[in-house]
Design a protein around this ligand. Structure first.
Ligand code: NI
Length: 162
């Protein structure tokens, strides 16, 4: 396994819409393992492929923050959103920045697992927040894009000093 380099803002790959994943072969299996390893080493609870320089619709989520209990979620499609909840988020691609973001409290997601098998899951609260944050990465949207103008200015001023 190898640790991957985390791309940080303003790396242009972070603003790109990622492409669907179609290849679940050995190279991709290695990528999943490397992403999982990298996420834990960096103390993240989620990681999206564009954050490691791969513009594919892959995300890792670890709501239990426990190695071995992470989800590999490929080509996700959220088809139901309910409730609204505000919470503080950080992002490995924006070190030193956190901000309050409103997300759906509960979502239902269709996706493929690491072997390409179709699944459907319901996620709530923290897990739902992680998935929504990581899907934003797949669509080229960053945490700072979810902040209001004032919060965004403040966060970016703080980021430049970091
Ligand atoms: Ni992030």
């Amino acid at each position: 396994m190898a640790l991957l380099k985390i791309r940080t803002y303003p790396d242009p790959i972070l603003n790109k819409k990622a492409e669907p994943l179609t290849d679940f072969g050995p190279d991709t299996q290695r990528l999943f393992d490397d992403m999982i390893q990298t996420m834990y080493v960096e103390d993240g609870v989620g990681l999206a492929a564009p954050q490691v320089g791969i513009s594919k619709r892959i995300l890792i989520a670890s709501p239990a923050m426990k190695q071995g209990e992470e989800f590999v979620i490929v080509n996700p499609e959220v088809y139901s959103f309910s409730g609204r909840e505000s919470g503080i988020e950080g992002c490995l691609s924006l070190p030193g920045i956190s901000g309050e973001v409103v997300r759906a409290q509960k979502i239902r997601v269709r996706y493929q697992d690491r072997f390409g098998k179709a699944f459907d899951l319901e996620a709530k609260d923290f897990f739902a927040r992680i998935i929504q944050h990581e899907i934003d990465h797949l669509d080229g949207i960053l945490l700072i894009d979810r902040l209001n103008f004032h919060q965004r200015q403040e966060a970016l001023a703080q980021y430049k000093r970091f």
